[in-house]
Design a protein around this ligand. Structure first.
Ligand code: ADP
Ligand code: TYD
Length: 211
């Protein structure tokens, strides 16, 4: 859905462990300090469908491929209706950790046509910016296991991440900005600021100064 709403939707995409959550936290703080109203959210959500999806992390065979795709779509539909649309209608800046390009890439890697998946997401407002964080699969696995100290779940296996990374690299939409996420945290943050400057009204440190 083309977004004709007053708010700004910025989504963060890429394979696991690329540093999305780290950058969302930094950008959220920056925008708040500069007087913007910010909502930080993520998919899968913490709602009923999101909770079902999390049960699949440890055993993806609990659902068929079609059921898995339907769960992500149902979770997004609920997210759009209950949180994203109201926040965007209220003029807020929404930072969303994963959105429909993740469905195209992950469920695409699982056998569906990525273009068909994008079509199934037509109900969801188009983002103003989709950052796709790009790192090698080696860096991704290293950050998940060494950085976060996590074990790899069923969505994070090297072979499937390679396929997911390939689909992300082939997506071609006007709102996509590719980020070299192999760099250090500060360099990436500065890169994101230079891009968002093009879509949001200039930050106001103190709205009273305008009077
Ligand atoms: P994601 O949300 O994409 O899964 P995280 O933000 O959780 O990724 O980062 C994964 C791990 O990598 C964390 O331990 C984090 O501290 C670390 N990390 C994040 N960004 C960088 C970076 N630019 N360089 C090195 N390590 C990073
Ligand atoms: P992640 O973003 O790391 O969140 P969490 O905090 O729950 O670990 O993981 C979400 C996983 O779900 C990730 O491996 C990608 C996958 N995913 C899909 O397969 N399709 C989708 O549409 C979305 C939003 C996520």
């Amino acid at each position: 859905m083309t977004k004709a709403l007053p708010g700004t939707l910025i989504v963060f995409e890429g394979i696991d462990g690329t540093g999305k959550s780290t950058q969302i936290e930094l950008l959220g703080e920056y925008l708040l300090e500069n007087g913007h109203e910010v909502v930080v959210t993520r998919e899968p959500t913490d709602g009923p469908y999101g909770q079902k999806i999390r049960q699949l992390y440890m055993n993806r065979d609990l659902a068929s491929k079609t059921e898995e795709l339907e769960l992500f779509l149902a979770d997004r539909r609920e997210h759009v209706n209950t949180l994203l649309l109201p926040a965007l209608q209220a003029g807020k800046i929404v930072l969303c950790d994963r959105y429909y390009l993740s469905t195209a890439a992950y469920q695409g890697a699982n056998g569906f046509d990525p273009i068909e998946i994008l079509r199934l997401n037509d109900f969801a407002p188009e983002p103003d910016i989709a950052f796709i964080f790009e790192v090698s699969v080696e860096t991704s696995l290293h950050r998940i296991t060494k950085g976060r100290g996590d074990l790899l779940n069923d969505f994070e296996q090297a072979e499937s991440l390679k396929k997911v990374k390939k689909i992300f690299s082939e997506l071609d939409l006007p709102f996509i900005y590719r980020i070299n996420a192999e760099r250090n945290i500060d360099e990436i943050h500065a890169n994101l600021l230079s891009v968002i400057d093009t879509v949001i009204a200039h930050p106001l440190a103190d709205p009273l100064e305008q009077l």
